[in-house]
Design a binder for this molecule. Structure first.
Ligand code: PGA
Length: 248
């Protein structure tokens, strides 16, 4: 059985002070939750959030990781730096990184290798744009992102994939549960074909894109959907908790 994983992606929101306030509000609301709960927060919030989540079920995540060990990479943050804080998860290849910061399948692959080398658990994002979807290119795009992004990777034990159709991110438009399930089913079949049945069976694949308390239950009921990567709704404790507690 794959354990569901609900992860918040705070993006560029919340100062350290605001972050602690949000965590304090969230903790009692998710104390009895069944899924694994992660918050991926801005680098500047990591220390404060690490202290705030101590003793709770919430796990700490970052929103990216550098591909190099250290050195002349202005603005980047290394795996070693994250590990020292106690970071467990890292988002890699989010569509906003691809769209605004030049992230490619190759850089995703390099960051992924680095994360795994340092025992960080990567949440690797894939997904098609609206234009690609309308041109019926969804499968082709996902195939390229996955085969190039995961090139050379053999051990998927610590890896989570987040399928996030770009047109559903922050737009209020969610893929229908059937649609998301079907596309994630395609991703799983591609993984099966490339890395084998065992990997495909145990790999957790999240849905992301305007997931909220009102649609979480329906999405999470789908056979292929193992969790959610939550943007906007992760910024409000009651909304995020409503998703985490989708079973009621
Ligand atoms: P959203 O963002 O929930 O605000 O659509 C999801 C994401 O970008 O991970």
């Amino acid at each position: 059985m794959r354990k569901p994983i609900i992860a918040g992606n705070w993006k560029m929101n919340k100062t350290a002070k605001q972050a602690v306030e949000l965590i304090e509000e969230l903790k009692p609301l998710i104390a009895k939750s069944k899924p694994e709960v992660v918050v991926c927060v801005p680098y500047t919030d990591l220390w404060a959030v690490k202290d705030a989540i101590a003793g709770s079920k919430i796990k700490l995540g970052a929103e990216n990781v550098a591909w190099a060990d250290n050195g002349a990479f202005t603005g980047e943050i290394s795996a070693e730096m994250l590990k020292e804080i106690g970071v467990e998860y890292v988002i890699i290849g989010h569509s906003e990184r691809r769209q605004y910061f030049g992230e490619t399948d190759q850089s995703v692959n390099m960051r992924l290798v680095q994360a795994l080398k340092n025992d960080l658990k990567p949440i690797v994002c894939v997904g098609e744009t609206l234009q690609e979807r309308e041109k019926n290119k969804t499968k082709k795009v996902l195939k390229k992102q996955i085969l190039e992004g995961f090139k050379g990777i053999e051990d998927f034990t610590n890896i989570v994939i987040a399928y996030e159709p770009v047109w559903a991110i922050g737009t209020g438009k969610t893929a229908t549960a059937e649609d998301a399930n079907k596309t994630i089913g395609y991703i799983r079949s591609l993984v099966r074909k490339t890395w084998g049945a065992e990997v495909a069976k145990s790999l957790r694949i999240q849905y992301g894109g305007s997931m909220k308390p009102t649609n979480a239950k329906e999405l999470m009921a789908m056979r292929n959907i193992d969790g959610g990567l939550i943007g906007g709704a992760a910024l409000k404790a009651t909304d995020f908790a409503g998703i985490v507690n989708y079973k009621g």
